[in-house]
Design a protein around this ligand. Sequence first.
Ligand code: UDX
Length: 481
Amino acid sequence: MESEKKERVAPPPHHVLVLPFPVQGHINPMLQFAKRLASTASGIFRVTLATTVFFSETVQVKLTGGSVRLDTISDGYDRGGFMEAATPEAYHRRLDEVGSRTLVKLIERHKGSDRPFTCLIYDTSMHWALDVAAGLGLTGVAFYTQSCAAFAIYYYAYQGRLRLAVEPSEEGGRRTLSFPGLPPLSVSDLPSLLFEEGSSYEPVLSLKTKQFSNLDKADSVLFNTTQELESEVVSVLKGFWPVKTIGPTLPFMYLDETSSGTSREEDKDYGYNYYKPSSTNYIAWLDSKPEGSVAYVSFGSIAATSERQMAELAWGLRDSGVYFIWVVRASEQQKLPKEFAAETEERGLVVTWCNQLQVLAHGATGCFVTHCGWNSVLEALSLGVPMVGVPQWTDQPTNAKYVEDVWGVGVRAKADQEGVVRREEMETCVRQVLEGTSRRGEEIRSNARKWREMVKGAVREGGSSDKNMQEFVGELVNSDL
Ligand code: UDX
């Protein structure tokens, strides 16, 4: 009896450390994954999420229910995070150096405890973390937070099969590139980092290619996508690494109403928000609008839109005559045309930040005008919201290509020679997708419903992502990894 009691309270043998790259679009999906891991293998694992001192102190990371613990490493910028760094390059150099040092300290601090870390699941943007894991005898699992397609393109670039620094204007976006597992791509479909030569984004590109330098040592490589969304490229990548698609890592309440996975209480809080949602009651505003009548507009947490692009977007939304809710972060608000608020107050609502999942899941939301960040695309796919893609940089053009041509769940707005989407184009795209009266519009809406079911099916019991997650957990438990 006594020994039985002891067995029941024995600490879980596996302690998994989850380490996301410290920005909103990476912490979000990895936190959701951490929660899922903790609930999937309830009682078997202890899961700790490590983020930087800056993010842990200045951002409320609510982990209701306590299934995931929080710990910290340092990026060397404890007071201001990446905003404090002089250049992206300086940030990454310091993160590599201080991050790896403090990660070693964190792991070693737990070594003497009754629950030492046994596995590190690291964001591939911090390739050095895998070396730390290997050096300290931990299982090392890579996690990629964007699409398999973007990953494959960066890999082909790393191998030298893609000429870097191609000027899009030289090629005019006309040349078609063929790569295993990918649809025919034009230069303008590639991640922008590949042709922004000499820009301040070079360190980011170097991050994207460095991630392959030691990836062969990873025990498993996880992707926040589903097999169905990217089947061909997933098959190709499986030939190189032990790949598993386990996405989308959205809270279960948005994916599977019947799930007993993470609790609703935990799900209600999407976990992590760098920005505070606006105090405007945008849900009440949406409640007052007809079904499928509102265009939701957001360009994510990083993109800085040019003043001209902002004005064209603004006037395009006005001219479309539809209802819209537009997320314009506080730092971007001064770019809005002066007369815009007065001219659109009847139809539009501008907020500084919102709970995007709640907005996308609302019945009044009929389309999503998006920069095509991977999280936004996955969220729209999961909730069946058709998209108007206005990609800005990094992986977004590739995501927009898939939205328009591979899944057929939206259109990509065409930019002029200066890269600006004009108001007429904006108006046409929004009306086509939102009103859905044309044949193309109807197809888009029907595809969006089809993919919603496909994506939800992947995470339900027995679906492709669910099976992969169970397999992954099994491998960890049996220490096959
Ligand atoms: C970054 C890159 O820019 C993107 O290209 C890459 O694919 C992921 O990392 P970000 O630009 O922030 O991400 O875009 P996205 O991936 O779409 O992530 C934004 C997240 O913020 C989403 O999860 C979205 O739900 C959330 N969000 C956005 C809100 O919760 N509220 C908002 O008002 C806007």
